[in-house]
Design a protein around this ligand. Structure first.
Ligand code: SF4
Length: 295
């Protein structure tokens, strides 16, 4: 008998599901004539080329910068957007459709409040990531901002500091910043803005990788969270394959495997997971197959 185990948390998280629903709804309103003008998303709504193509077919055009948006509607993706980009869009009279994940909004709000209350702000995360750029943009001008442990260690003249984290950061990394901050600043406030969707998916996936003979991680090659998921699964199970769609599934990837595990990044649509399940069933035709969820 063959067994296929699907990680319960595979695929879209709450914030991405919400952003896609908002984009779908915006496109539907334009298609049936309830709204006029172009629909643009400021960056891809999610890091999954197949899902982005699907939205493009419905009229949602991806643009890289606010300069490319002259009118119509602009969808802000789950990562959020910088305050200056938001102001620029509002200044042009563009209608903003805000699909920022509420957890990211929370991190932006904490950053703003801390800076208004006189705290220096430590932002744990990748300073080049759009989410971190958006969080930093909510910090009032002139307030010291720290984005590395080294910067915290060498900070001067700051008596109190507040810490917020990019939602996808690991708890260990947040704690490294907290440890450095409490050694450096007399007063430290910490907001744990890490979203547990990522930790939960990673936990489940590593458990599953340990049980499976062959492990599959589905999702865009450009999706950082999918790549990370593949990395941690591979550390547990060297027979881990990161693929974007079922078309890449080859018989040798599962040869001799009795138990196959599958997980997917936060930006991988359900239809890609379903497609993989169907293709694997095709490869296993004639075998008795048990499909179940793993959590
Ligand atoms: S991972 Fe968490 S914070 Fe990020 S979009 Fe999903 S639910 Fe929101």
């Amino acid at each position: 008998m063959k067994e296929l185990l699907i990680a319960r948390s595979a695929g879209f998280c709450f914030g991405v599901k919400r952003a896609i629903a908002i984009a779908d709804d915006t496109a539907a309103k334009a298609m049936d004539g309830r709204t006029e003008g172009p629909i643009q998303s400021l960056g891809p709504i999610i890091h999954n080329p197949q899902a982005v193509e699907r939205l493009e077919r419905k009229g949602v055009r991806v643009v890289g910068t606010v300069e490319e948006i002259a009118c119509g509607r602009a969808i802000i993706r789950s990562h959020g957007v910088t305050r200056s980009d938001r102001n620029a869009l509002e200044g042009k009279g563009v209608t903003i459709i805000d699909a920022t994940c509420p957890f990211v909004t929370k991190a932006q709000e904490h950053a703003r409040t801390l800076s208004r209350e006189g705290y220096g702000v430590v932002v744990v995360g990748d300073p080049n990531h759009p989410e971190v750029k958006s969080i930093i943009s909510y910090i009032e001008k002139g307030v010291p901002v720290f984005t590395s442990v080294q910067e915290v260690k060498s900070a001067k003249g700051v008596r109190k500091a507040g810490i917020v984290a990019q939602t996808t950061q690991s708890f260990d990394n947040l704690m490294a910043f907290v440890t450095a901050a409490i050694k450096r600043f007399p007063e430290v406030r910490v907001f744990n803005t890490i979203c547990n969707a990522t930790a939960l998916r990673q936990q489940e996936s590593t458990g599953l990788a340990g049980r499976a003979d062959a492990m599959f991680v589905l999702g865009g090659y450009n999706s950082a969270n999918t790549r990370r998921l593949a990395e941690i699964c591979r550390a547990i199970n060297p027979r881990t394959h990161h693929i974007e769609t079922a078309e890449e599934l080859a018989p040798e990837m599962v040869s001799g495997a009795k138990v196959v595990g599958v997980t997917a990044g936060a930006s991988t649509p359900q239809w890609i997971i379903d497609g993989f399940v169907e293709s694997l069933k095709g490869l296993w035709a004639g075998e008795e197959i048990q499909v179940s969820f793993y959590q």
